[in-house]
Design a protein around this ligand. Sequence first.
Ligand SMILES: [Zn+2]
Length: 375
Amino acid sequence: MKFSEVLGNEQAIVQIRRLIDADRLPHALLLHGEPGVPKLGLAMAAAQYLHCKNHVDGDSCGVCPMCRQHQSFNQVDTHFSFPFTNSKGDSSSCDANDFMDEWREFVTKYPVEDYQAWLGLLKNDNAQPQIFVREAENIIRKMTLSAYTAKYKVLILWLPEKLKEEAANKLLKLIEEPYDDCKFILVSDNEKGILGTILSRCQRIELRKPSTPLVAQYLVDRYGMDQQDALALAAPADGNVIMAERMVQTGSEFHEFRERFIELMRLSYQHDLAKLKAWSEAVADMKREKERRFLDYAVRQVRENFIYNLHNPVLNYLTREEEAFSTRFSPFINERNVEGIVAELQRASADIAGNANGKLVLFDLTIRLSILIRK
Ligand SMILES: [Zn+2]
C-alpha cells in the first residue's frame, strides 16, 4: 500500500516519511487510535516506503520489485503478527504462520481493518483471539534472522493489547534491545490495554478520525454509492469507517426507518390517533435495540430538517430520498418546536432502554409529537 492510498492522517504520514527519509524510524513505533480509525494501512504503507528503492513524490513507487512484493503480501523481510484463536489446534502448537491465508484474505478484502470481520475469518466464535507465547517465540525467531533483501526487517504487530502477559514478557527484551536491522510497528485500537512495559518502549503516534467528506469518498469508491447518499451515511459515523461500512451493509434498515419517520410525521400532523396507535404497535414489534436506533435516526432527521430551512446545503447531511421529503416537510420544524420534539424522542429512547413498555412509550410519544408539530 502507498501513502496516497491511506485514508486521512496526512500529518502522521508526513511525520513517518520524515523519520524514514532521515533513517530515524524508531525501533518500536506505535500507531494508535480509536477502533474504526484506519491504522493498519498506514503501517503497511510505512513498511513499503521503508523498503522501496525508488521513492516518487514522497511516496513509494508502487512498481519496483520491493513494492510489488509488498502489494502481494509476500515481502520476505516483512512479517505480520496478530491475535488468533486456537481453532487450528491448541495455543501451544499454533503461530501466525498457520493463519497466513486468513490474514491475506483479511488485508486484501478489508482496506480498513475490521475486528469483527477478522473474528469471522477465524471461524471460532466462542474464543477470544489472543497473541500467545508460542507466537511470541515465532516473532523472536523471525526477527533474529538477518534481513534477506533489505536493510531492515519489519514486524507489523496488529493489536498488541491482545498479547498475553507471558507473551509480552518474552518480547520485551527484543523490543528493548533490538537488533540493528529490526523495526517494530505496533498498531493498536486501545493503547490503554497494552502492558506498560511494552508501551514505555514505543514511540507513539496517535491517528485521528478521517473527516466526513473523506469517509464519504471512501464509500463512493468502495461501494459505488452516490456522493450525497454517502455523505448522509458518513456523517453519523463521525470518522468511524467501520461503522459507516456497517450502515451501508444494513441499508435496508435505513430505508425502513425513513418510511417510518415520514409516516410518523404525517400522522402526527393529521392528529390521527387511531393510525398513530397502529404505528406505535408496529414500531414496538421491533427489537428494543432497533427501536432505539430508529429513535436516534428520528432525532437526526428532525435536526436535519430544522437546518434544511436555512437553505445552506453545506450544513446538511440528507440522502436524496430524505431530501425529497424535506423540501415539503422542513417548514414544520421550527425554533418553537425543534427542541421539544428532540427531547421527546430522546426521552422515549431512554425509557425503552430502561425496559418500559414499548407500545405505551411510543403511543405517548406520538400524542406529544402531534401537539408539538402544530406549534
Ligand atoms: Zn517501489
